[in-house]
Design a binder for this molecule. Structure first.
Ligand code: FAD
Length: 342
């Protein structure tokens, strides 16, 4: 386990509500680290609908999911938050009053005064392909994400899927791998046409293989893969040699470890009171899609409001001796100084 990273506030989930909370906390002088299981910032907006328009962000008639993420990032720049992507928060332990030790699946440890859970519908997790016994190979020779490319140097890799992740990793790992085979159930790809074109060129050059079909069984022992049995679209069966398999079948949302943090849950949501959006554990707040209260609307604008009220109460935990004075950004020179505009 690594040495603890100390921060005022740890935000779990870098979706739009977690991002705007950085702004509200920053105005009140609280330093923030954010952890997200995704490899990108923006939660559902960036992962599920980056190019779709949103029409109900106050004051912005139209913005795409990705556009909103970028605008929020620009807005919170003055507060210099630290992002820890590709990591899932696994546990929260109480160490003070208030004070928490938060640990991720990568072994990173945070010590903070306040925890803000803005975990949306839960953690995005990869969909597992329907191959019997695949669990025994997971994290040994079957991986659902590429965290360090170097891990795959000189490997005989079978990449399964036809979307952007499958094609991007085919192209990125091609120079490192001993051999790459891309397998997709049909000879049509959802990925960006440019990536598909590049992949077809590598196949034509004979430096990688493309197979059409599905994996029906894995061969190997003790989690170490030696080959995969394939069923072709014409129902023929064959075996290919591989020591690594990377299936990219998309992501699904699961509540995940949120259920183990000692927080009350109602239908997989965290009940909060509506003055500060604090949970049943003092010092742990829940904002955005993950919380529930009478009249809750799962809208981004609700999460923004919740972040503002949460920050007022969080200030009491981080600065118990300081009085909070309400100020407008329009007229407060001290807030403008923090924003770097004065
Ligand atoms: C197709 C579509 C269209 C939509 N259109 C609109 C719209 O027009 N207007 C509107 O207001 N809303 C819209 N929404 C809803 C909106 O996207 C959500 O309300 C919003 O994303 C909620 O933000 P959030 O920050 O609470 O959570 P999310 O955006 O869900 O982000 C939560 C993040 O937490 C991370 N996480 C969860 N658990 C952990 C953990 N244990 N460790 C680390 N990270 C974790 C997840 O990976 C995720 O990135 C739409 C949603 C969809 C799917």
């Amino acid at each position: 386990m690594s040495e603890a990273i100390k921060t005022d506030v740890l935000i779990i989930g870098a979706g739009p509500c977690g991002l705007f909370a950085v702004f509200e906390l920053g105005l009140l002088d609280m330093k923030v680290h954010l952890v997200d299981i995704l490899d990108k910032i923006g939660g559902q907006c960036a992962e599920l609908y980056p190019e779709k328009p949103i029409y109900d962000i106050p004051g912005i008639p139209l913005v795409t999911g990705q556009g909103l993420t970028e605008a929020l990032l620009e807005q919170i720049k003055p507060f210099n938050p630290t992002f820890h992507l590709n990591e899932m928060v696994e546990s929260i332990e109480k160490i003070g009053d208030p004070g928490f030790r938060v640990t991720t699946d990568a072994g990173k440890v945070f010590e903070c005064k306040v925890v803000v859970v803005s975990a949306g519908g839960g953690s995005f997790q990869p969909k597992r392909p329907p191959v019997p016994g695949i669990e025994a190979y997971e994290n040994i020779s079957v991986f659902y994400a590429v965290r360090k490319m170097e891990q795959f140097r000189d490997k005989e890799i079978l990449i399964v899927g036809g979307g952007d992740s499958a094609l991007d990793w085919t192209l990125n790992l091609h120079p490192l791998a001993k051999r790459i085979t891309l397998l997709h159930r049909r000879d049509e790809f959802r990925a960006a046409p440019h990536s598909v074109e590049q992949m077809r060129k590598l196949v034509a050059d004979g430096t990688m293989d493309l197979k059409i079909g599905q994996v029906t069984a894995l061969e190997g022992a003790d989690g170490k893969l030696t080959g995969a049995q394939l069923k072709g679209s014409d129902n023929t069966t064959s075996t290919i040699s591989c020591d690594t398999m990377l299936p990219f079948f998309g992501l699904t949302m699961k509540l995940g470890p949120v259920a183990n943090w000692g927080l009350h849950l109602e239908n997989n949501l965290i009940p909060v009171e509506t003055a500060s959006f604090e949970t049943n554990v003092p010092g742990i707040f829940a904002i955005g899609d993950i919380n529930t209260y009478p009249g809750k609307l799962k809208l981004i604008l609700s999460g923004f409001h919740e972040g503002a009220l949460m920050s007022q109460k969080a200030h009491r935990y981080v600065y118990p001796d300081k009085r909070l004075v309400f100020q407008y950004t329009t007229s407060s020179s001290s807030l403008q100084k923090k924003l770097g505009v004065n």
